[in-house]
Write a protein that binds this ligand. Structure first.
Ligand code: HEC
Length: 136
Protein backbone atom coordinates (compact mmCIF):
# COMPACT_ATOMS: atom_id res chain seq x y z
CA UNK A 1 0.00 0.00 0.00
CA UNK A 2 1.40 3.38 -0.93
CA UNK A 3 1.72 6.13 1.62
CA UNK A 4 -0.72 8.15 -0.43
CA UNK A 5 -3.49 5.53 -0.18
CA UNK A 6 -2.88 5.16 3.52
CA UNK A 7 -3.24 8.91 3.98
CA UNK A 8 -6.58 8.85 2.19
CA UNK A 9 -7.83 5.98 4.31
CA UNK A 10 -6.76 7.75 7.46
CA UNK A 11 -8.33 10.99 6.37
CA UNK A 12 -11.64 9.34 5.57
CA UNK A 13 -11.62 7.53 8.88
CA UNK A 14 -11.10 10.79 10.73
CA UNK A 15 -13.85 12.45 8.71
CA UNK A 16 -16.26 9.60 9.32
CA UNK A 17 -15.53 9.84 13.00
CA UNK A 18 -16.17 13.54 13.26
CA UNK A 19 -19.32 13.21 11.16
CA UNK A 20 -20.62 10.70 13.67
CA UNK A 21 -19.71 12.97 16.55
CA UNK A 22 -21.58 15.78 14.83
CA UNK A 23 -24.69 13.69 14.46
CA UNK A 24 -24.56 12.69 18.07
CA UNK A 25 -24.24 16.30 19.11
CA UNK A 26 -27.21 17.31 16.99
CA UNK A 27 -29.30 14.45 18.34
CA UNK A 28 -28.38 15.55 21.84
CA UNK A 29 -29.44 19.11 21.11
CA UNK A 30 -32.74 18.01 19.58
CA UNK A 31 -33.38 15.78 22.55
CA UNK A 32 -32.80 18.65 24.96
CA UNK A 33 -35.27 20.91 23.21
CA UNK A 34 -37.93 18.32 22.46
CA UNK A 35 -37.62 16.24 25.57
CA UNK A 36 -40.66 16.11 27.76
CA UNK A 37 -40.09 14.72 31.17
CA UNK A 38 -43.04 12.96 32.74
CA UNK A 39 -43.25 13.36 36.50
CA UNK A 40 -42.17 10.20 38.28
CA UNK A 41 -39.90 9.16 35.44
CA UNK A 42 -36.16 9.30 35.71
CA UNK A 43 -35.49 12.43 33.74
CA UNK A 44 -31.72 12.32 34.07
CA UNK A 45 -29.62 15.43 34.40
CA UNK A 46 -31.14 17.02 31.33
CA UNK A 47 -34.47 17.54 33.06
CA UNK A 48 -36.29 20.31 31.28
CA UNK A 49 -38.49 22.89 32.95
CA UNK A 50 -41.45 21.48 31.04
CA UNK A 51 -42.72 18.80 33.36
CA UNK A 52 -46.15 17.41 32.77
CA UNK A 53 -47.83 16.08 35.86
CA UNK A 54 -48.62 12.43 35.43
CA UNK A 55 -52.05 11.71 36.70
CA UNK A 56 -52.87 8.05 36.22
CA UNK A 57 -55.47 8.70 38.89
CA UNK A 58 -59.19 8.19 39.14
CA UNK A 59 -61.65 9.75 36.72
CA UNK A 60 -62.41 12.44 39.31
CA UNK A 61 -58.71 13.19 39.78
CA UNK A 62 -58.12 13.40 36.05
CA UNK A 63 -61.17 15.62 35.65
CA UNK A 64 -60.11 17.97 38.41
CA UNK A 65 -56.53 18.19 37.19
CA UNK A 66 -57.17 18.53 33.47
CA UNK A 67 -60.73 19.32 32.49
CA UNK A 68 -62.20 21.30 35.39
CA UNK A 69 -60.30 24.50 34.56
CA UNK A 70 -62.39 24.98 31.43
CA UNK A 71 -65.41 22.75 31.91
CA UNK A 72 -66.46 23.93 35.39
CA UNK A 73 -66.79 27.55 34.37
CA UNK A 74 -67.52 27.04 30.68
CA UNK A 75 -64.43 28.88 29.53
CA UNK A 76 -64.35 29.74 25.82
CA UNK A 77 -67.71 28.04 25.33
CA UNK A 78 -66.75 24.73 26.91
CA UNK A 79 -69.87 22.73 27.79
CA UNK A 80 -70.23 23.09 31.57
CA UNK A 81 -70.12 20.10 33.85
CA UNK A 82 -73.67 19.32 35.01
CA UNK A 83 -75.31 21.77 32.60
CA UNK A 84 -77.85 19.78 30.62
CA UNK A 85 -78.54 22.54 28.09
CA UNK A 86 -74.83 22.81 27.29
CA UNK A 87 -74.51 19.08 26.72
CA UNK A 88 -77.77 18.34 24.91
CA UNK A 89 -76.56 19.20 21.42
CA UNK A 90 -73.18 17.59 22.06
CA UNK A 91 -74.69 14.29 23.17
CA UNK A 92 -76.84 14.40 20.05
CA UNK A 93 -73.67 14.00 17.97
CA UNK A 94 -73.09 10.56 19.46
CA UNK A 95 -70.59 9.34 22.01
CA UNK A 96 -68.00 8.35 19.40
CA UNK A 97 -67.83 11.94 18.18
CA UNK A 98 -67.42 13.19 21.73
CA UNK A 99 -64.70 10.62 22.44
CA UNK A 100 -62.93 11.69 19.28
CA UNK A 101 -63.13 15.37 20.28
CA UNK A 102 -61.62 14.57 23.67
CA UNK A 103 -58.80 12.48 22.18
CA UNK A 104 -57.94 14.70 19.23
CA UNK A 105 -59.18 18.04 20.50
CA UNK A 106 -61.64 20.40 18.85
CA UNK A 107 -59.93 23.47 17.47
CA UNK A 108 -59.55 26.17 18.42
CA UNK A 109 -60.36 26.04 22.11
CA UNK A 110 -60.66 22.39 23.14
CA UNK A 111 -57.08 21.13 23.42
CA UNK A 112 -55.91 17.70 22.34
CA UNK A 113 -56.45 15.16 25.13
CA UNK A 114 -58.06 17.98 27.12
CA UNK A 115 -54.52 18.68 28.40
CA UNK A 116 -54.38 15.32 30.16
CA UNK A 117 -51.26 14.11 28.36
CA UNK A 118 -50.81 11.13 30.60
CA UNK A 119 -54.38 9.99 29.90
CA UNK A 120 -54.83 7.03 27.61
CA UNK A 121 -57.67 6.98 25.10
CA UNK A 122 -59.55 4.82 27.60
CA UNK A 123 -59.00 7.39 30.36
CA UNK A 124 -60.33 10.11 28.08
CA UNK A 125 -63.40 8.06 27.14
CA UNK A 126 -64.07 7.53 30.85
CA UNK A 127 -63.81 11.29 31.36
CA UNK A 128 -66.31 11.96 28.59
CA UNK A 129 -68.67 9.38 30.14
CA UNK A 130 -68.22 11.10 33.49
CA UNK A 131 -69.07 14.50 32.04
CA UNK A 132 -72.06 13.18 30.10
CA UNK A 133 -73.34 11.30 33.16
CA UNK A 134 -73.29 14.59 35.10
CA UNK A 135 -76.33 15.70 33.10
CA UNK A 136 -78.18 12.40 33.11
C1 HEC B 1 -58.39 24.84 27.72
C2 HEC B 1 -59.77 24.58 28.02
C3 HEC B 1 -60.26 23.15 27.99
C4 HEC B 1 -59.77 22.06 28.67
C5 HEC B 1 -58.58 22.01 29.59
C6 HEC B 1 -60.64 20.96 28.34
N1 HEC B 1 -61.60 21.35 27.48
FE1 HEC B 1 -63.04 20.17 26.63
N2 HEC B 1 -63.74 21.76 25.60
C7 HEC B 1 -63.25 23.06 25.67
C8 HEC B 1 -64.02 23.91 24.78
C9 HEC B 1 -63.80 25.40 24.57
C10 HEC B 1 -64.99 23.08 24.17
C11 HEC B 1 -66.03 23.51 23.13
C12 HEC B 1 -65.35 23.39 21.77
C13 HEC B 1 -66.25 23.81 20.63
O1 HEC B 1 -67.45 23.63 20.69
O2 HEC B 1 -65.67 24.30 19.65
C14 HEC B 1 -64.79 21.75 24.71
C15 HEC B 1 -65.56 20.65 24.35
C16 HEC B 1 -65.42 19.38 24.88
C17 HEC B 1 -66.24 18.25 24.53
C18 HEC B 1 -67.37 18.25 23.53
C19 HEC B 1 -66.81 17.90 22.19
C20 HEC B 1 -67.82 17.90 21.07
O3 HEC B 1 -67.58 17.15 20.11
O4 HEC B 1 -68.82 18.61 21.13
C21 HEC B 1 -65.79 17.19 25.26
C22 HEC B 1 -66.32 15.77 25.22
C23 HEC B 1 -64.68 17.67 26.05
N3 HEC B 1 -64.47 19.01 25.80
C24 HEC B 1 -63.97 16.89 26.92
C25 HEC B 1 -62.89 17.33 27.68
C26 HEC B 1 -62.17 16.49 28.58
C27 HEC B 1 -62.44 15.02 28.81
C28 HEC B 1 -61.19 17.28 29.14
C29 HEC B 1 -60.15 16.89 30.16
C30 HEC B 1 -59.35 15.71 29.88
C31 HEC B 1 -61.32 18.60 28.56
N4 HEC B 1 -62.36 18.59 27.69
C32 HEC B 1 -60.49 19.68 28.86
C33 HEC B 1 -62.21 23.49 26.43
C34 HEC B 1 -61.41 22.69 27.24
Amino acid sequence: MSKFKLAIILASLIMADSALAGEKEIAERIRKVGDVCIEGEDCGQAATPMTIAATGGSVEDNYNKSCATCHNAGIAGAPKMGDAADWESRIGKGMDTLYNSAINGMPPAMPQKGMCFSCSDEDLKALVDYMVESVH
